[in-house]
Design a protein around this ligand. Structure first.
Ligand code: URA
Length: 218
């Protein structure tokens, strides 16, 4: 008698590589308690943008305004990013924008909430959401804005100051490029330095746009 072959067992993928749509991910992330930042943040600020964007931007974490509105890059750094997008010929509606960490980390100073840099374990705790977003969007180019995003994707030893604007491959196979965080431009010591930093930032984004257009034409 012929023996029946056992059906191949589908490997159970770890949670972070299970393909899930952005809406499902966003609603799951609302209840995230992977680290303690949910205790002081108003809400999870998930990424937003075109579901199958070719360009995927990663910032550090939501700021004060983002925390209150629940949307990424809607405060001063977001305004600067929008201006840079316009100057570089990138339409914000065509891209996906998110953060390495989805809760605002802050400490009180008087009545103000002052941004605190997330630590490595907070970035790692949030990584499943970022991986989920990348897996859902499947972008052609990932743009890291600042060191937190760049090190999350390219490793601890990555230095934006040394490798800014270089197109690299992430361990997961994404084409990745890093540039400065828009907040660093806002913090420039004077008007001249701010103009100069903005010009370099827009140059970096123009190169990204050109690379996208070359890919489209190929
Ligand atoms: N800075 C970030 O890194 N992300 C935001 O969403 C806002 C400010």
């Amino acid at each position: 008698m012929a023996t029946r072959r056992k059906p191949a067992v589908q490997a159970e993928l770890p949670l972070f590589v299970k393909p899930r749509g952005l809406e499902v991910l966003a609603s799951e992330a609302r209840h995230c308690k992977n680290c303690d930042l949910w205790k002081t943040g108003t809400q999870t600020v998930f990424g937003e943008g075109a579901a199958h964007a070719r360009l995927f931007f990663i910032g550090e974490q939501p700021g004060d305004k983002e925390d209150l509105e629940g949307r990424p890059f809607v405060g001063p750094a977001g305004n600067l990013l929008n201006t840079a997008f316009e100057q570089a010929g990138i339409n914000r509606n065509d891209v996906y924008v998110t953060n390495a960490v989805k809760h605002f980390k802050w400490e009180p100073r008087g009545k103000r909430r002052i941004h605190q840099k997330p630590n490595a374990s907070e970035v790692a705790a949030c990584r499943p959401w970022l991986d989920g977003e990348l897996a859902a969007v499947k972008p052609e180019i990932v743009v890291c804005l600042g060191a937190t995003a760049a090190q999350a994707i390219l490793g601890k030893s990555f230095r934006v100051t040394k490798q800014r604007g270089e197109f690299l491959q992430s361990p997961e196979g994404y084409t990745v490029v890093a540039t400065v965080h828009p907040s660093s431009i806002l913090r420039a010591p004077d008007e001249d330095a701010r103009h100069q930093e903005m010009r370099l930032f827009v140059d970096d984004l123009r190169k990204v746009a050109e690379r996208m257009n070359t890919k489209r034409a190929a």
